[in-house]
Design a protein around this ligand. Structure first.
Ligand code: HEC
Length: 89
């Protein structure tokens, strides 16, 4: 009984934290891996919606100015993700 309660709590906690950003876990993965090193992912929701140009400038700034270690392919995928879910329409 106690054990199943613990498992239930872990599931609920996992679900709650997985709700932070939009999209499927696979889609969020790159952002979750690359964009939490220096600040929380709330920054994304805080500035959204941005235009595709705005996101490109933001990601470039993270990489060029703040030295975020994100490969060019990953930057492209991250921009696709941001433009899918966090662009002004
Ligand atoms: C190497 C550290 C680092 C990494 C990694 C990083 N950032 Fe940042 N980010 C910063 C700093 C520093 C700021 C400015 C913080 C402040 O002004 O308080 C910032 C600010 C931001 C902001 C706020 C708006 C702005 O333009 O300042 C957004 C949005 C943002 N980051 C998105 C991202 C995204 C998306 C990623 C992943 C691609 C990312 N960051 C990865 C360091 C980083």
């Amino acid at each position: 009984m106690k054990r199943s309660l613990i498992i239930l709590c872990a599931l609920v906690a996992g679900y709650a934290s997985a709700k932070t950003l939009k999209g499927s876990p696979e889609e969020r993965k790159l952002v979750e891996q690359n964009c939490v090193l220096c600040h929380s992912l709330d920054y994304i929701e805080m500035v959204a919606p941005l235009t595709p140009q705005g996101w490109e400038a933001t990601v470039k700034k993270m990489v060029n100015v703040f030295k975020a270690p994100v490969s060019p392919e990953d930057q492209k995928k991250i921009l696709e993700y941001l433009n899918k879910y966090y662009t002004g329409r």
